[in-house]
Design a protein around this ligand. Structure first.
Ligand code: SF4
Length: 450
């Protein structure tokens, strides 16, 4: 999983007439898909979404724990949810529940803690908790990881403009900074055929873009003798009625053939999110990334050669333990040189239980320096994003209309739509123009078809 998690806050609430629930999620796309699955599981057991602004009887917080900041956000949300729903049964699920069940169970706001293996059993756990039958707050693992992944499910979001399909879980690597492998278990993939069918069904149902997600998406199929490349080649040979987009891919697994395919595909959007984490070979070794600066550079230049318009994005950690000024300068220089469109910057924060946390005890970069380095990289990110968006002036694009008067190009640039223009979830060919306010505007050319 990349560290490109966006700490957004999403809610699933609505009009109700039965037992009212609300599911809240903090975390990455995989977490959002899982939260959507929890909502559907509750609905299949007779729960109904709570009306907006009204207290729910059951509240679920599906929370991330990838950084210390994610933990702080989750605890703040927990306090808020308890304040707003004083009589509710409050359950915590997700990676945070998996990492720190005992700590959560000591919090007065929390009634039930259910890790990944207990997610499917949540309705029964909630009923047991309401009846006082749950011994303690922490649920025993009741489902196997394979059951949790039983079938990939789409989280279309309320407006169906884009669907997110989780097709892989777990990670077999051990990057020094990452807690994810110990929370998510071994790599496992949904069956190719099911994934292909789900994509085709979503396209036929009118969803214009499907985003394939996984904890370690580049490893999709490896546990079944298949590969992401094989899946995409089949879809390329017989295109679905929607465009595809890939969430982040670890560069050490992605490989040249996959990068070539994505950069020049007629089905997959030309958008590659390849987490670098550091541009210094010494730091990459300490991170146990299995990747070098030279290999990463070659991969990105190859993608840009195949398609100069491809959106290349990366993740970078500022102030990994022991990172010297010279090592940081190598990272900064590499990022400035590569044809990148955007950066996701994370000041290093230790996760207990990781190798990097032990390194940080001996050789931490002072917090002020981490902050300063992150600020420099964020300034570079702002420049890259502006430059990449401005390069779209005068171009043709394949745009999906989202809600709120904005659209998304195949190259992952958010564009302004004309008032009264195409409705949400429509997909159209557009010509793009840079406005005086610096935004890119999409003007429909002809209705777009796959
Ligand atoms: S261990 Fe490495 S490859 Fe696996 S999820 Fe974490 S960052 Fe990604």
């Amino acid at each position: 999983m990349s560290l490109s998690t966006k700490f957004g806050f999403a809610e699933r609430v609505g009009k109700r007439s039965g037992r009212a629930y609300a599911v809240h999620v903090l975390g990455c796309k995989v977490s959002q898909i899982e939260a959507d699955g929890i909502a559907r599981t509750l609905e299949s057991e007779g729960y109904e979404p709570a009306s907006p602004g009204e207290p729910a009887e059951v509240v679920v917080l599906h929370a991330c724990t990838v950084t210390a900041r994610a933990d702080r956000d989750a605890l703040r949300q927990l306090r808020r949810l308890r304040r707003e729903n004083p009589a509710a049964l409050l359950a915590v699920t997700g990676c945070l529940a998996e990492r720190d069940p005992e700590g959560l169970s000591r919090r007065p706001e929390v009634d039930v803690v259910a890790g990944h293996g207990s997610r499917l059993a949540l309705p029964r756990l909630l009923e047991d908790a309401a009846a006082g039958l749950l011994p303690g707050k922490v649920a025993d693992r009741t489902s196997s990881p394979a059951e949790v992944l039983a079938s990939p499910f789409a989280a279309g979001g309320p407006d169906r403009t884009r669907a997110f399909l989780k097709i892989q879980d777990g990670c077999g690597r051990r990057c020094a900074f990452c807690i994810v492998p110990s929370l998510r278990g071994a790599e496992r993939s949904a069956p190719d055929g099911e994934v292909e069918d789900a994509i085709r069904s979503l396209g036929e149902a009118g969803v214009p873009e499907v985003v394939l997600c996984g904890v370690h998406l580049a490893a999709f199929g490896h546990d079944r003798g298949g590969s992401l490349l094989g899946l995409l080649r089949r879809l390329e040979a017989r295109p679905p009625a929607c465009r595809l987009r890939l969430s982040s891919l670890e560069p050490m697994e992605a490989g040249e053939d996959l990068v070539d395919l994505v950069a020049s595909s007629r089905v997959v959007a030309p958008h590659l999110h390849l987490p670098l984490q550091s541009g210094s070979d010494a730091v990459l070794r300490r991170m146990r990334r299995g990747m070098t600066r030279a290999r990463y550079r070659a991969l990105l230049l190859r993608a840009a050669r195949a398609n100069p318009r491809v959106h290349l994005a990366t993740d970078v950690i500022a102030g990994f333990p022991g990172e010297t000024d010279a090592e940081f300068a190598e990272t900064e220089a590499l990022l400035a040189e590569l044809p990148l469109a955007s950066l996701h910057v994370f000041p290093f924060s230790p996760r207990s239980g990781t190798a990097a946390a032990a390194l940080a005890e001996r050789d931490a970069v002072p917090a002020a320096i981490r902050t300063r380095r992150a600020a420099r990289l964020r300034a570079l990110d702002a420049t890259l994003r502006r430059r990449y968006a401005e390069a779209h002036d005068g171009r043709a694009a394949d745009v999906v209309a989202l809600r709120g008067g904005v659209g998304l190009t195949e190259t992952y640039v958010e564009v302004a739509l004309l008032p009264g223009g195409p409705p949400p979830a429509s997909r159209f060919a557009a010509s793009l123009a840079l406005r005086p306010d610096g935004r890119i505007e999409a003007r429909p050319a002809v209705p777009f078809s796959c």
